[in-house]
Structures are given as structure tokens and as C-alpha cells.
Design a protein around this ligand. Sequence first.
Ligand code: GRF
Length: 223
Amino acid sequence: MNSPPIRVVILISGRGSNMQAIIDQARGGQLPVTIEAVISNTPDAPGLARAREAGLRTHIIDDRDYPSRAAFEQALMEQIDRYAPHLLVLAGFMRILGKPLVNHYAGRMMNIHPSLLPAFPGLNTHARVLASGEKQHGASVHFVTPEVDGGPLIVQARVPVLDGDTEQVLAERVLEEEHRIYPLAVRWFAECRLQIKDGTVLLDGERRPEQGLSEQARTGTAQ
Ligand code: GRF
């Protein structure tokens, strides 16, 4: 691994399993990043304990403590910018962010979403996929733009929807892929291999939509 480490700040609201996947790879030397801080908008997010356990600095910026979204986001930005991050990683961060903040981190803020965007933006994706009868589902990592779940796609992973799947079983199948593709996207960014051109993400100068898909996805078979 030759790239010098980049500074990363991670934003969470909940359990923090995607954050953990990034922490694990960073610690294992597979990711050229230093995680400067983990910030949660919910004081009781289980992910905070995981971050502390990993020896990371944590902050709570509770949106309920602020009179407006603008005031909350201003405080959030100030805290984030103390670490001058190259990359801001949203990992289960459950607040919709406004334009000033999104534009401030344009091209350096990523999110992971549990669906094959542009299909199923928003909440409750697993239940909605099951209800729709779709046979394929998955996860997407994308750069964040003011359009919610609408930013340029970096990498996606597909999983099959199988007969008898419950919401939980399907969520677990997707989550396993999330834990694979989010560190991958962070690594590509850290290695300066990503570029946004005309609203599309290029990897090593090329558009390679299949990159990062799992074997399961490529062959269309369940594991
Ligand atoms: C993940 O499914 C992610 O795609 C979505 O929220 C969930 C967060 O899970 N944005 P975790 O907190 O990373 O475990």
C-alpha cells in the first residue's frame, strides 16, 4: 500500500457496522486512512461505543439541541472541519443534510444506501423490495449531492432476493455486501483513483460499472 493516509471523519446515527468495517480494514493496514473522529447525532448510538473501543475520538452533536437544521448543520460542520478531513463518510447517518453542508463537502462526502440506486431511494428499502416482487436487491455507495440518495454512484453490489426471504434475512444479505463495498470505495478514494466527470464517477479514468460487484452478483447465484 503506497498511498499516504488520508484523514477521514465518519458520521453515524446507529449501530455503526459499516463504520466498523472501515475501522477494521484501516487497522488491518488495508486502507490508507486515519480515522480522525466519529460523530453521532444521536447520543445513544451503539456505534459510539464501538468507536471508543477502537480508540477513536467521538463527538455527539445532537440535532435536538439546536433550534433549526441550519444551526445543527453549522455546528456539525465546525466540528468536522476541526479535523480538516479529506473525506467525510456517512455510515448510517440518518439526517438529511442541507445544501450548504452538502456543497461544502462536494466531491468528498460518501454515503452507503441499502438498495440498487436509483431504485428504492429513501427508507425501509428491504421491505419495499420484498413487496415489489423484485428478484434483485443490493447496496450502493455514492457521492452525496443535494438530491437525497441521488449522487454519482461509486460502486454497487447485487444480491438475489430469494423465495421465503424475510426483511431481516434480506437485510443481512445486503449488509454483508455493504461491509465489502464501503471500505472498497473509501480505498479507491484514498488512492486518488476516483474522479467525478459530468456527474459520473470514473475509476482509474474509466467508467466501470461492474467493478466491485460480488461473485454472487456476477453469476446471479446465491452463496
Ligand atoms: C445500512 O444499511 C446503511 O446502508 C444505511 O443504514 C444502515 C446503517 O447500518 N444507510 P450501520 O449503522 O452501518 O450498521
